[in-house]
Design a protein around this ligand. Structure first.
Ligand code: ADE
Length: 224
């Protein structure tokens, strides 16, 4: 998958893309990331990507044309690029949405800034995505969340395919509790069933734990 990140802060992504799963995805050839500096698509002397809002009001608005020009400059030709604007107005990102996006060949993530983007940008994107009901200072952190959620689902990226299948949200529940060595930490032992070697009993215990945990902290997931 090829992801284009449209931003006025390309440097924001340097470290996150160079570590952990995104790095592994890139090294494995499953993910290619292109940083697109929106300033490259400005036409004025000051290379401005924002301006005052028509009608007045506080803050600045991101200009439409650098974004539209940058989107249009992304490979014109096959495969078609899916264009996503990060914005608090979008549908909230879910595991299911990330899994669907992970099947795209070409994805453009547009990072807004300031008080918002010129409304006319919306005619040039396929969808808007939010990562939650709060306002970030810019779409970069949100784009990173989307990219990370997608990268770990790309074929050949996670070593253990099962680890993605059993984790939180996949089965509509939170993941069961996990333990590793040592057996006792500050007097708290590992649940004995996990040391029993009885795989059926372990599976049953995990299923029950996942259900109970979900019921307690995220009952909304069980309603769906
Ligand atoms: N930009 C600002 N706030 C955002 C949010 N919650 N999700 C996605 N993009 C944003």
């Amino acid at each position: 998958m090829h992801v284009h990140l449209l931003t006025i802060f390309p440097e924001f992504f340097a470290t996150p893309l160079a570590v952990g799963v995104p790095k592994r995805a890139r090294d494995a050839g499953a993910l290619r990331v292109s940083l697109v500096d929106l300033r490259e698509y400005t036409t004025d002397r000051h290379r401005s990507t924002d301006d005052y809002p028509y009608g007045g009001g506080p803050g600045m608005v991101m200009k439409a044309e650098p974004i539209i020009d940058a989107l249009e400059a992304i490979r014109v030709g096959a495969p078609r690029t899916r264009r996503v604007l990060l914005s608090p107005r979008g549908a909230t990102l879910s595991h299911a949405r990330a899994a669907t996006l992970a099947t795209e060949d070409d994805l453009a993530l547009v990072c807004g800034r300031y008080e918002g983007v010129d409304e006319r940008v919306r005619d040039f994107v396929d969808e808007e995505l939010s990562i939650g009901d709060y306002v970030l200072s810019g779409g970069e952190a949100a784009a990173l969340v989307v990219l990370d959620a997608i990268a770990r689902l790309l074929p050949g990226v996670l070593g253990n395919v099962e680890s993605a299948a059993a984790e939180s949200f996949v089965a509509g529940m939170l993941e069961y509790p996990q333990y590793t060595r040592p057996e006792i930490v500050r007097g708290v032992p590992v649940p004995p069933v996990l040391l029993s070697g009885d795989h059926t009993a372990v599976a049953r215990w995990r299923e029950a734990q996942a259900r109970e945990l979900t019921r307690r902290v995220r009952p909304d997931l069980l309603e769906g």
